[in-house]
Design a protein around this ligand. Structure first.
Ligand SMILES: [Zn+2]
Length: 343
């Protein structure tokens, strides 16, 4: 019920200290000028959510970066951007969780993805989307075309990252590309890479996950069946693990390229051996290592609308917000690829 003069309470999945709890009486967030209040329709659990839940990243607040939702209201900022923002009211939207300041030196020269003052939904300095309502800068939002349903739209941010990675690849001849990792990022990146004029294979640890590649006519191999021949022109490491990166250094040819589109997040994971990462191969084999992060959700929506990428096959489990911390724990299970959550 709506209390007099105030907004209704909302549910929110939070991390406080070392615990994740579903708070049932959080105050509805209030958008600041230029921000939108969004009512989510569906979420996806990201690897960052899992990391934060496991205590591998310092963050306290509401979890969640990936969503599709409906804009309930927008707080005008007073300026030219208000007109576009107002047009989003009532629209079904997706958005980038990365919230750049828009004013600093980096932002002004087109490097907003590297803004030092940025906040990020559910990661840094800003509550995430795993709630009945959340706020986000209106300029981060893009309206979802009618043809793209919620199950597809919710992949926009992840897909944006995969597309951005593929854009870093310079194709000469018909290069051999290995995509390392059979999680949601690996399987999505591989589909995008396969659109390039290249010979692409996916290498992973799970036969059942890799089996999806059949449908996409993508070559796939288990790690244990792949020889370490240092013959790949490009290796895209989507594992985010030390083991994955070391494997990438052994797969790539001399003077080849390793693209990293996930952080080496598990380097200091509890239980991981404390040995230092041996980077000598980078020098000895003159390997280029290139990072990639973020991307354009508008561009991702274009891919989803033209149905050139299969995201639905990546959905392995559906949960509800009321499942609370279990929703994030489900995504940690090795058999899962992508866990979607309904409010
Ligand atoms: Zn900035």
């Amino acid at each position: 019920m709506l209390p007099p003069g105030g907004a209704a309470d909302v549910r929110a999945l939070r991390r406080d200290g070392s615990t994740i709890t579903l708070v049932k009486d959080a105050p509805e967030p209030t958008p600041r000028p230029g921000e939108a209040l969004v009512r989510p329709l569906r979420f996806a659990v990201s690897s960052m959510d899992v990391e934060i839940a496991r205590g591998l990243a310092a963050y306290e607040g509401v979890l969640g970066q990936e969503f599709v939702g409906v804009v309930e209201r927008i707080e005008p900022a007073g300026g030219g951007a208000d007109e576009r923002a107002a047009s989003l009211k009532g629209a079904r939207v997706v958005g980038s969780p990365w919230c750049a300041c828009g004013e600093c030196h980096d932002c002004r020269r087109g490097l907003s993805g590297h803004c030092k003052h940025a906040t990020m939904l559910g990661v840094r300095g800003r509550d995430g989307c795993f709630a009945d309502a959340f706020v986000i800068p209106a300029r981060n939002l893009v309206a979802v075309p009618e043809q793209v349903d919620d199950d597809r739209a919710v992949f926009a941010w992840l897909l944006a990252g995969a597309i951005h990675t593929a854009q870093q690849v310079r194709i000469e001849g018909k290069p051999y590309i290995t995509v390392l990792g059979d999680g949601r990022l690996g399987l999505l990146t591989a589909q995008i890479m396969a659109r390039l004029n290249a010979s692409v294979r996916v290498v992973g640890l799970h036969e059942d996950k890799l089996a999806r590649c059949e449908k996409w006519r993508l070559k796939h191999r288990l790690v244990r069946d792949v020889g370490e021949r240092a013959d790949q022109d490009i290796v895209v490491d989507c594992t985010g693990t030390r083991d994955g990166f070391e494997l990438a250094m052994r797969y790539v040819r001399p003077k080849g390229v390793i693209l990293m589109n996930s952080r080496l997040s598990h380097l200091n994971a509890a239980g991981a051996p404390e040995r230092p990462l041996d980077l000598r191969p980078i020098v000895e084999h003159e390997i280029t290592v290139s990072g990639s992060r973020g991307g354009s959700v508008a561009e991702a929506l274009g891919f989803l609308r033209s149905d050139v990428v299969d995201v639905v096959s990546l959905i392995t489990r559906r949960m509800r917000l009321d499942d609370g911390p279990e929703a994030v724990r489900a995504a940690e299970q090795p058999e899962q690829i992508c866990v979607l959550v309904d409010p």
